[in-house]
Design a protein around this ligand. Structure first.
Ligand code: PEP
Ligand code: MN
Length: 376
């Protein structure tokens, strides 16, 4: 089903400084110095197109830093005046919209928690009636495509045609390496419903840590997303929010330079299609291999706990010999080089031993009594 959205192309409201289109800035505006200094460093990279900063922060628990508030709009104004970077902020109420517009903000975005609530989205949409400003809508925290689409429709119905979606991953009960599961299929599904709708990826909130950001960014580009929104802070180690996932402007440049950009055209279309198909298959298989390895490690942990509780040694040579023998033979039958299979198994086994050693030694000696009890 194609959606009936009236959308202007991305190029009508944002001109990328470089490829990929990059929106960057701190998770939160904290102080005038932090924001303005970060903005200068980002602008100097020549790769950043717009400056993001949260000034009203939706926090899961009360008592955490909830954003600096409207004064941040003044700092953003100064950052823009000094760097020429257009600014983007999150809005969650009609009042935020009103203040952001008065404060001269260039781009608004609706956060994941707001998108999950149609009342909130409608309130924001109503406040936007008759206003010509670009709005980006993050996916809702829960993996519900209809809610995301509903929010896009509400804002579009209010007359906003400079519209984009932001893919920031989805909350899931099962904890994985990602802070928010990317669930790429959902974003791709949105693309099939609205091919003309630009989708920007937010690898920072998907990853939740700096290490995963390059992987997610590359994947987003490979999924043909139109740009990236990445949190960047002058000194992430002291950031007031999302410290683990922010990168310095220098690290941001390095990360962006390492990304492989898709070539606009390959001469031979058949070759291109075939290659893309094959690579697609490889990507799927690699993802499966990684997922299965993670699953294997979970079981290794269970075995580790079991061995600990029953006073069994970590390594049982017979078991390891058996694994090596059986798997190498299996690999041979499937045309895998035995040396390769052996090396791979050794690597996996080494990591399993490391994990179990960690489990065995946890809570030994100096651990509080309570912890020892839960393990016994
Ligand atoms: C943010 O961009 O800092 C933010 C709060 O993101 P999200 O709405 O994706 O959680
Ligand atoms: Mn954040």
């Amino acid at each position: 089903m194609k959606l009936d959205l009236k959308i202007q192309p991305l190029s009508s409201w944002i001109t990328a400084k470089a490829q990929p289109l990059l929106i960057a800035g701190p998770c939160s505006a904290e102080t005038e110095e932090q924001l303005v200094a970060t903005a200068h460093l980002l602008a100097a990279t020549g790769k950043v197109t717009a400056l993001r900063a949260g000034i009203w922060k939706p926090r899961t628990r009360p008592g955490e830093f909830e954003g600096i508030g409207s004064i941040g709009l003044e700092w953003l104004k100064r950052a823009k005046a000094e760097t020429g970077l257009p600014t983007a902020v999150e809005v969650a109420t009609a009042k935020h919209v009103e203040e952001a517009l008065k404060g001269g903000v260039d781009i608004l975005w609706i956060g994941a928690r707001s998108t999950a609530n149609p009342f909130t989205v409608q309130e924001i949409a109503d406040a936007l009636k008759g206003v010509d400003i670009p709005v980006m809508i993050k996916n809702p925290v829960n993996p519900d495509l209809s809610l995301w689409i509903g929010a896009l429709e509400r804002v579009n119905n209010a007359g906003i045609t400079k519209l984009a979606a932001i893919h920031r991953g989805f909350s899931s009960y099962e904890k994985t390496a990602f802070r928010n599961e990317p669930m790429w299929d959902l974003a791709i599904n949105l693309k099939t419903h609205a091919p003309e709708l630009p989708i920007i990826c937010d690898p920072s909130h998907i990853s939740g840590n700096r290490e995963l950001i390059p992987y997610v960014s590359q994947k987003a580009l490979d999924m043909d997303m139109q740009g990236l929104m990445i949190e960047s802070h002058i000194d992430p180690s002291v950031a007031w929010t999302d410290a683990k996932q922010q990168v310095t402007p220098a690290a941001l440049v390095e990360l962006i330079d390492r990304l492989t950009l898709r070539k606009p055209e390959v001469v031979n279309k058949d070759v291109k299609d075939k290659l893309a198909d094959l690579r697609d298959n490889i990507d799927k298989i690699d993802d499966l291999v990684i997922a299965k390895l993670a699953e294997r490690m979970k079981i290794v942990e269970q075995i580790g706990n079991y061995k600990k509780d029953n006073g069994i040694t970590i390594l049982q040579v017979n078991r390891w010999d058996e694994i090596l023998q059986k798997r190498t033979n299996y690999g041979k039958a499937l045309n895998l080089n035995p040396e390769f299979t052996e090396k791979l198994l050794e690597l996996i086994h080494g990591e399993s031993i490391r994990k179990q050693t960690e489990i065995m030694n946890k809570g030994q000696g100096n651990a509080p009594v309570q912890e020892q009890l839960t393990h016994s």
